[in-house]
Design a protein around this ligand. Structure first.
Ligand SMILES: [Zn+2]
Ligand SMILES: [Zn+2]
Length: 166
């Protein structure tokens, strides 16, 4: 027989991670292993918790933040993380605008002159969603946002006002 063994445990063949879909080799004896890494396992757990008990996840975050607040060095790291996160979101939005360009005139030279415009229902101001890529994506989808240059945006806003006056 060419069944490989470690001690008296059979070496298992490759299987797919249930979270990321990547093939992985379970550890000897890991017959019920479903995830490639602990990271994938925890990610799954979080996702399940988020849909079944969101308040539990929220409370855990509040507790953890309260602990962080007690330690200046942890707080400094937390703030640096926030800054980094906001910078990433800013960069993501800039690239998103440049990639799409103005829907009306096609302008795409500089992101500072490009704005997100809600075609659908506005649930948050883009300015408030700007600190998180996930929030930005959600608002773009939900609010049917399009990219408009500052000029076309001004004209569109004027047109909308004219229409609502009628
Ligand atoms: Zn995985
Ligand atoms: Zn334009």
């Amino acid at each position: 027989m060419n069944d490989q063994r470690v001690g008296n445990l059979k070496v298992l063949s490759e299987r797919e991670c249930r979270e990321c879909g990547e093939p992985f080799l379970p550890k000897p004896g890991g017959y019920n292993a479903r995830y490639c890494t602990n990271t994938c396992k925890l990610r799954r757990k979080r996702a399940v918790l988020k849909s079944t008990k969101p308040e539990q996840l929220r409370n855990a975050r509040v507790r953890s933040y309260n602990q962080t607040k007690k330690h200046p060095e942890r707080m400094a790291a937390h703030r640096a993380g926030c800054r980094n996160y906001r910078a990433r979101a800013r960069e993501w939005l800039a690239q998103y605008k440049l990639k799409h360009g103005c829907v009306d005139c096609g302008y795409s030279d500089h992101y500072a002159a490009l704005q997100l415009d809600h075609e659908g229902e506005k649930s948050v101001e883009i300015a408030d969603a700007r600190s998180s890529i996930a929030r930005l994506e959600a608002e773009i989808e939900r609010g049917e946002c399009v990219v408009r240059c500052a000029n076309c945006h001004s004209i569109k806003t004027w047109e909308r006002k004219q229409e609502s006056r009628r």
